[in-house]
Write a protein that binds this ligand. Sequence first.
Ligand code: IPE
Ligand code: IPE
Ligand code: MG
Length: 255
Amino acid sequence: MIKRIRSWWMHKDSPKPLDITADNIPEHVAIIMDGNGRWAKRLGLPRIVGHHNGMKAVKRATIAADDLGIKYLTMYAFSTENWKRPKDEVDFLMRLPQEFLAIELDELIERNVQIRMMGDKDKLPNHTLKAMEDAMERTAGNDGLVLNFALNYGGRKEITDGMTLLGHEIEAGRLKAEDINAELIEKHLKTHGIPDPDLLIRTSGEMRISNFMLWQLAYSELWFTDIYWPEFNKDHLHDAVAEYQRRTRRYGGLS
Ligand code: IPE
Ligand code: IPE
Ligand code: MG
């Protein structure tokens, strides 16, 4: 691990030594990738150009997270509320996963990355789902960085669906209402088997959660930046992790 971080320090694009230590790397980083539209607008370009450049930032963030030894990287790519946007924009966004994977999947496989997805599959176009499922299948045996895309994901929907599953189990007599506890609820969420995010990053200056991982973010450290998502690079991830390492996590107790 120390060796990996050191090689990252020495990288020519990153001359400044990182003030981060190898023994306190967040295991799970979640990112609300926001500001694609405003980034494009600032340049007088259509919003979709922002989304296209946002895709390149996903690649940069993934490589940087992997180099740093982060184990899980969850990317909020499309929310259950984003269907409200104009059809053209939604159609473009739904084509990005396959474009991203067509360009990047081979390198991600070389890096031993495992692709996952969380969100409602029903509403996704077939071509989007197929690209994601193909990538998940091809990387299922990898045990490196888990790159988890939140696609048609909403925290309230996730919790609601989990409660419905629990309700069915009670109706079927397999479970008693008194048996419900936090652990059981977690098992019925889409993140089952994935630890809660240690660090949440949101770009674009907005300081809200926007229906992302409502249960799992209970004790995550939050880091906000004014930069727009298409500008995100490894230095920003480094700043976020360095700040994370300066925080004291108390979980309601005393440090
Ligand atoms: C984030 O950028 C990408 C998605 C939500 C899909 P936005 O598209 O929200 O960009 P802004 O917030 O309008 O600038
Ligand atoms: C959150 O960004 C969703 C994603 C990044 C996919 P939004 O741009 O949809 O959030 P709001 O509408 O500003 O809260
Ligand atoms: Mg936005």
